[in-house]
Structures are given as structure tokens and as C-alpha cells.
Design a protein around this ligand. Structure first.
Ligand code: GYE
Length: 322
């Protein structure tokens, strides 16, 4: 009888472990689900490719899902990763809010979640393993400090905001505004979302240039390079010289903006590294080995200007840069 009881207890224990702790597949290969926001910008495409190649290098099976900028698609993808019993899930969240229910489901299934790139607004930090992210507030500050130095703080700024509700937009805006608040002659004269895309950036800039005399605009502050590149097209079509008549400052540091800077059409960009897959996989692997992982793995980036743009463009398009 005792033996039978022990056997039953053992079976219950194994079943419990199986449902609580995700286990590696029989061949020892990790399977990781990656819910990506979309392909709205050149930066995001580089980021997707960087995660995919990092997974290949580590022999990790990556289940990739592109949400086309829609949170409901991301939630659906995460539920399907949970149903498939992946070993871990990486989420680049399109917006900050609305994640608690699906993260609770992942937690109940014993699947660790890594938040990457943008942030989630969560009260309970036990719902995720770690975040791999840059400090978007600081990126906004860096862009503003550069612009204030360049203009002596006297500048009428038009702003192209990222996706509404995205941490990258909210935080970049607040960092930028915090710095310009110290300059009485610096002000945002028009501000609108262009959803982090080039086409919307162009369209919104067209409306800005119609709404106000371009001569009265000192600078475009775009929450990403892609929208800045769209604004550059709009300015050229309107007979305004971007980078000269109107300064252009943005974030990401994609190759196209280095080209625009070396042509004199853009002025400054704050780098956001797309190489966040490595640290995310490191954290997952460490966690599955039973090691503890910090709650934040920071990624830092510098500001670049026209001075080094041609050289950076060459470096970044020749495969020299990582
Ligand atoms: O700057 C932009 C994008 O979330 C920080 O999203 C990211 C932003 C990035 O598509 O290009």
C-alpha cells in the first residue's frame, strides 16, 4: 500500500512539475516564441533580423509572430505560444497597458516572459522574468540637449510622435520636454502622432508645413528616424531645405538617417541598438539553469551628428559594425 501511495504521489509531482515548469524538448533545443510589434520602421526590421540570427547562432527554435502594430494580434500570438508549450516567450509590446491577463496565463503555465524593446505598465513585476530595454526618457533628453546647444535654446519645434500609448513615444516625449522646459524660448508649436512610419511622417509634415510658415519652424523632433525621413521628403517637396532651413533630430540611428545626415538633410540621431536578442536569450538560458536574473538589462546609445555620418554610414552598411 505504501509503495502504491508513493507511486501516486510521484506521479502527481511529475504532472505538477510538467505543468508549472516549461521543459526543454527531448533534443535539448530551446523553443522560444517571439511576439514582434510589426515592421513599421527600418529599425524594427533590423531588430527582427538581429533576434532571428541570434537564435540561429544559438540553435534556438524561434517561433516568430508579426503583430502588424496591433495588440490584439500580440495577445493571440502569446496565447498560441502558451498552448504550444514553448520554453519561453519574448514580447516587444506595441503599447504599455493591457498585458496583465495574458502574462498571468503565461505565469500559470510556468513559461518565463522577457519584455524587450518597449515597456509594459505592470504593477506586479513577478509577471515577467526581465526587461531588455533602453532608457527612452534619456534618449529624449539627449535629443533635446543637442537641439538646445545647437540653437542656443531659441527654437520653435514641430514634433512627430510615435504610436499613441507606446512607451517609446511617451517616454521620449517626456525626456525631451523635461530638457526644453529650462529654455523659455524653446517651444513645441505643433505635435502629432505619425505612428513611427515614414509615410505618416511625410503626411503629417505636409500638414505642418501648410499650417504654418516654414520660415517660423526651427526644427523637427521625430520620435524615430523613419518619421524624420518622411518629414525630409515633405520638406524637399515644399522647397524647404531639411537639415539647413529646418533642423532634424530623431532617434534610432538606422543606416538611412546616416545617409541623410551625410547629405546634410538631417542633423542628429540618438542610437538605439537593435541587438537585444542576445541579452534576452542569455537571461532565458540563465533562468532555465536555475540562476537568478536582474529585472532590467539596460541597452545604451550615443548621439551622432553630421560630423561622423559618412563614416558611420560606410561602417554600418559594409557589415563592419555589429
Ligand atoms: O524607435 C521605432 C520603432 O520601440 C523603440 O519602435 C522602438 C521604436 C523605434 O518602430 O523605430
Amino acid at each position: 500500500m505504501k509503495q502504491i501511495l508513493a507511486l501516486i504521489a510521484g506521479a502527481i509531482l511529475i504532472a505538477a512539475c510538467g505543468s508549472e515548469e516549461a521543459e526543454r524538448s527531448a533534443d535539448g533545443r530551446l523553443t522560444v516564441g517571439f511576439s514582434q510589434i510589426g515592421s513599421e520602421s527600418g529599425w524594427r526590421t533590423s531588430f527582427t533580423q538581429a533576434v532571428q540570427s541570434e537564435a540561429r547562432n544559438r540553435d534556438i527554435t524561434l517561433r516568430f509572430s508579426d503583430a502588424q502594430q496591433k495588440q490584439e494580434n500580440q495577445i493571440r500570438a502569446v496565447r498560441s505560444f502558451i498552448a504550444q508549450g514553448v520554453d519561453a516567450i519574448i514580447i516587444a509590446p506595441v503599447v504599455e497597458t493591457g498585458w496583465r491577463p495574458v502574462l498571468t496565463e503565461a505565469q500559470r503555465a510556468g513559461i518565463p516572459v522577457v519584455i524587450i524593446d518597449r515597456n509594459m505598465a505592470l504593477e506586479d513585476d513577478s509577471l515577467y522574468l526581465t526587461r531588455v530595454a533602453s532608457d527612452f526618457v534619456e534618449e529624449g533628453r539627449k535629443a533635446a540637449r543637442w537641439l538646445m546647444d545647437e540653437t542656443g535654446g531659441d527654437c520653435a519645434i514641430v514634433e512627430l510622435q510615435g504610436t499613441v500609448g507606446a512607451s517609446a513615444a511617451i517616454d521620449r516625449m517626456s525626456g525631451f520636454n523635461e530638457v526644453i522646459a529650462d529654455y523659455p524660448n524653446a517651444r513645441i508649436v505643433m505635435s502629432q502622432t505619425a505612428d513611427f512610419t515614414r509615410t505618416r511622417g511625410k503626411d503629417i509634415m505636409v500638414t505642418f508645413l501648410r499650417a504654418m510658415n516654414p520660415k517660423d519652424i526651427c526644427a523637427v523632433w521625430a520620435h524615430n528616424d523613419e518619421m524624420a525621413l518622411g518629414a525630409i521628403i515633405a520638406m524637399k517637396e515644399a522647397g524647404v531645405a531639411p537639415g539647413r532651413d529646418i533642423l532634424v533630430v530623431s532617434v534610432d540611428a538606422v543606416p538611412d538617417i546616416f545617409k541623410a545626415m551625410s547629405d546634410g538633410d538631417a542633423n542628429a540621431t540618438v542610437e538605439l541598438s537593435p541587438h537585444m536578442g542576445g541579452p534576452a536569450f542569455d537571461a532565458i538560458e540563465a533562468h532555465l539553469r536555475g540562476e537568478s536574473v536582474p529585472k532590467l538589462i539596460p541597452v545604451n546609445g550615443d548621439l551622432f551628428t553630421q560630423e561622423t555620418a559618412a563614416e558611420e554610414y560606410r561602417r554600418r552598411t559594409s557589415g563592419e559594425a555589429r
